[in-house]
Design a protein around this ligand. Structure first.
Ligand code: MN
Length: 298
C-alpha cells in the first residue's frame, strides 16, 4: 500500500537536441530545477550508431559541475582536456569533475556499431570545489544490490548500505534500478529524491510513472515501494537540498556574470578550459540571451 503522506510530483521530460541526436530531458524543468545537487538529466536513445558516427558531440566546455555518464546499451568514447581517452560500456561509469574548467568530446568508438542508450547527469558542485581543479574518473565496475524483484547499481553515493567509489562533493546518491515486480528500497529522510523512468512503467507510491517521466518524491521518507509488474528501468536520484544554481549552456554557476565570464573564456579563448583536438569541430553557442534582452530594452 502506498504511504498516505507520499505525494509524488510527476513531470514529463521535454525533447531537446544535443548535437544531431534528440534526448529526453527530465532536469532541469520548470518548477523543479534540481534534486539535491543533481541539476541535469538527459536520456539519450535508444539510437543506432555506426563505428564512425554516434553521439558526435564535439569539444565543449564545462564548469561548476560533474558529468555522470551511464550507458545501458552500446559504447562511446570520451576525450577531455586533461588528456583522458576513455571508452565506456554498460555497467561502467564516467565521472568528469569540471571545477573551474574542462573541455570534453563524446564520440563514436571507431569500432562499435549497434544500439546506443544511456543517461547523462550533471551534479552541481558546491562552492568548496567548483573553482577547483578538473578531474576524471572511470569506474569499470560498480556495486550492485539485489532486491529479488529488482537490482540496484549504485552509481554515486551510498544506497542500502553499499557505497560507490565515485567522488561526490555533497551528500547525494544516484542509483540505476532494474525492476521486475515489487521492491521496497531504503531512503534517507534528509534526502529529497526523484525517480526518472527510462523504460517501462513504475507505480511510485500510487502515482503511475511512465517512460520519459520524472517523479519527484520530496524529503522525509525512510523507504519507497516501487511496483513494475511489466518490468522497468530507471534512475533514482537523491541528495540533501541544494540551492538552485544559475545554469546557462554548459555552465553551472551562481550568477549571470559568472556564466558570462565562462562564455568569454570559451569564445576568446583564454586557456581557462584547455583544449581537446578532435576531428569534430568545437561546439559554439550564441552569446548569452540576457545580452540581447539588454539591447532590446535600450
Ligand atoms: Mn558535456
Amino acid at each position: 500500500m502506498p504511504e498516505a503522506d507520499f505525494t509524488v510530483e510527476v513531470g514529463d521530460a521535454h525533447v531537446a537536441q544535443v548535437g544531431h541526436i534528440q534526448v529526453r530531458r527530465s532536469l532541469p524543468r520548470h518548477g523543479r530545477r534540481n534534486v539535491g545537487a543533481w541539476c541535469f538529466a538527459d536520456h539519450m536513445g535508444p539510437l543506432s550508431v555506426t563505428a564512425t558516427s554516434g553521439l558526435d558531440i564535439g569539444p565543449h566546455p564545462h564548469c561548476g559541475l560533474q558529468t555522470v555518464t551511464w550507458l545501458t546499451a552500446g559504447e562511446a568514447l570520451h576525450h577531455d582536456s586533461l588528456g583522458t581517452e576513455q571508452l565506456i560500456r554498460p555497467g561502467q561509469l564516467n565521472l568528469m569533475t569540471a571545477g573551474h574548467g574542462v573541455v570534453h568530446a563524446e564520440e563514436a568508438t571507431g569500432q562499435y556499431e549497434g544500439r546506443l542508450e544511456g543517461i547523462q547527469l550533471w551534479i552541481a558542485q558546491p562552492d568548496a570545489t567548483r573553482d577547483g581543479p578538473a578531474q576524471f574518473e572511470h569506474l569499470p565496475t560498480l556495486p550492485r544490490v539485489d532486491f529479488g524483484h529488482g537490482v540496484a547499481t549504485v552509481l554515486v553515493g551510498e544506497f542500502a548500505g553499499i557505497a560507490s567509489p565515485a567522488r561526490h562533493d555533497t551528500p547525494l546518491v544516484g542509483v540505476d534500478l532494474e525492476l521486475r515486480g515489487r521492491v521496497e528500497v531504503p531512503l534517507r529522510a534528509d534526502f529529497e529524491y526523484a525517480l526518472i523512468v527510462m523504460s517501462g512503467g513504475v507505480d511510485v507510491a500510487g502515482s503511475l510513472d511512465s517512460e520519459g517521466q520524472i517523479g519527484y518524491l520530496g524529503l522525509g521518507h525512510d523507504s519507497l515501494a516501487l511496483e513494475a509488474p511489466e518490468g522497468a528501468h530507471g534512475v533514482l536520484l537523491g541528495g540533501t537540498p541544494f540551492e538552485t544554481p544559475f545554469m546557462w549552456w554548459n555552465f553551472v554557476a551562481r550568477s549571470r556574470e559568472e556564466a558570462e565570464a565562462a562564455y568569454e573564456s570559451w569564445v576568446r579563448p583564454d586557456g581557462r578550459f584547455g583544449e581537446v583536438k578532435r576531428l569534430l569541430a568545437p561546439v559554439m553557442t550564441p552569446p548569452p540571451y540576457w545580452r540581447t534582452l539588454g539591447q532590446a530594452r535600450s
